[in-house]
Design a protein. Structure first.
Length: 103
């Protein structure tokens, strides 16, 4: 588990095998080989997290911005609606200004 902006996200996971295809918010993270702190390089939301992450159009950016390891952390929000997910996504984008995220 990793806390991002006061929210307990599951992960970080370096592959999608452990992810459920449920609604939620995700953060793409990177860190160097010395196990330094994670850096947020992308944030998003989806009704189907696993599918979205596996087929994401910004994967190439994640690899370009990687400092060694790329991982995903997820916050499942099955009781939230899309407006609530988008509000958290916007808040995280504003806070972290992710290198691969679109504003």
């Amino acid at each position: 588990m990793i806390t991002i902006s006061g929210h307990n996200f599951e992960g970080p996971f370096t592959n999608t095998a452990s992810l459920a295809d449920n609604a939620g918010v995700y953060a793409i993270l990177t860190r160097g080989p010395a196990n330094e702190s994670w850096t947020v390089i992308d944030v998003g939301e989806s009704g189907q997290l696993k599918s979205r992450i596996e087929n994401h159009d910004r994967k190439a950016c994640w690899n370009r911005k990687s400092r060694g390891t790329v991982a995903v952390a997820v916050l499942y929000t099955t009781s939230w609606n899309s407006i609530q997910r988008c509000a958290l996504e916007s808040s995280l984008r504003e806070q972290f200004a992710p290198a691969c995220g679109l504003v």
